[in-house]
Design a protein around this ligand. Structure first.
Ligand SMILES: [Zn+2]
Length: 142
């Protein structure tokens, strides 16, 4: 019987709280275009989940550092870089309480449905339409 490896990404997403938000989409170059609507998902972690996410990335980078000790010549660069990165990235992950998990919306210019890219959480986002390359501004509807 074939045993599948666990899908870690799926597990991480399951631990987060998902909330859907309605958003308005506005063109950044052509303000006369009518605003359109869409939806995006926010992933949110509580204090315990944030600590677990930070510990996970810290241990992964520290493990990569230990492995890189055995790579001749490259270890002079990789060991200090991965050591510093493990602390910096883990601290960044510890501070991250929420994340934009992407979504979809209608483009105000070509009216096709485009994919909202995943990004750090903020009150407004910038994205580009996959179809017409229009520069777009995404606002949350309160
Ligand atoms: Zn478009």
């Amino acid at each position: 019987m074939l045993v599948r490896p666990p899908d870690l990404r799926y597990k991480i997403d399951i631990m987060a709280t998902r909330t859907s938000f309605k958003v308005t989409i506005e063109s950044r170059d052509n303000r006369s275009l009518t605003k359109t609507f869409g939806e995006l998902t926010r992933l949110e972690w509580n204090a315990q989940e944030k600590l677990r996410n930070a510990a996970r990335i810290f241990l992964i980078l520290l493990g990569a550092m230990v492995v890189s000790i055995f790579i001749p010549m490259l270890h002079f660069i990789l060991v200090p870089t991965l050591l510093i990165a493990s602390f910096v990235v883990a601290l960044d992950k510890l501070k991250e309480a929420a994340r934009n998990d992407g979504g979809s919306a209608e483009c105000p210019k070509c009216h096709a449905t485009f994919v909202i890219q995943k990004s750090k959480w903020s009150d407004k986002f910038h994205d580009t339409c996959n179809h017409c390359r229009e520069d777009l501004e995404i606002h949350l509807v309160r």
